[in-house]
Design a protein around this ligand. Structure first.
Ligand code: GRF
Length: 198
């Protein structure tokens, strides 16, 4: 059984989807929800799911290494094996990503390798893309750049805004990330491909 930490900065809807899926014969269990934001709504959701939580506020630390040392202390204390970044909005140093290389996943709201970084929905709309989506990937030292383990794809509609696109994509993320984590933890390399195009 693998101990999974879920790192969040906000509402944590992906965290909830992942936590709810880790039951029964699933090879993982959610053992910690950690946020860099003390008021993150996801912390309340984690508590409601009886998952231990921790806050490591980046504003309490001078420099990234001190912040990441504090995170690693929480992960070590919880005997974490695998990290799922789920709306975690801090950039991690290469020291941290190297330490967790091969054991840390992230969900990014674009069809990687397109649109690494922020504002992905707006960028897809500006580019006139006819489809968009989300990707779950292994985290490496380069931002939003590691091997893609699964993708969910949907059609962009003429009347879509960045907000409506994000809203229609989120439920697909909640299907994608749990499916990828299951395969990842059972060493099944088959990519997860969810096609929800109109
Ligand atoms: C999602 O759009 C996800 O793709 C991105 O940040 C958002 C997280 O939402 N990583 P939530 O906090 O999981 O609800």
């Amino acid at each position: 059984m693998k101990n999974v930490a879920l790192l969040i900065s906000g509402g944590g809807s992906n965290m909830v989807a992942l936590a709810r899926d880790m039951t029964g014969d699933h090879p993982g269990r959610p053992k910690l929800v950690l946020s860099n934001v003390p008021q993150a709504g996801g912390l309340l959701k984690a508590s409601a799911l009886r998952i231990p939580t921790a806050v490591v506020d980046h504003r309490d630390h001078v420099g990234r290494l001190s912040f990441e040392d504090a995170i690693n202390a929480e992960l070590t204390a919880a005997k974490i094996d695998v990290i799922c970044l789920a709306g975690f909005m801090r950039i991690l140093t290469s020291e941290f990503t190297h330490r967790w290389q091969g054991r840390m996943l992230n969900i990014h709201p674009s069809l990687l390798p397109k649109y690494k970084g922020l504002h992905t929905h707006a960028r897809a709309l500006e580019a006139g893309d006819t489809e968009h989506g989300a990707s779950v990937h292994l985290v490496t030292g380069d931002l939003d750049d590691g091997p893609v383990l699964g993708q969910a794809r949907l059609s962009v509609r003429a009347d879509d805004s960045a907000a409506s696109l994000a809203e229609r994509l989120l439920p697909l993320e909640h299907r994608l990330y749990p499916a990828v984590l299951r395969r990842f933890l059972t060493d099944d390399p088959t990519p997860v491909l969810i096609d929800a195009r109109d």
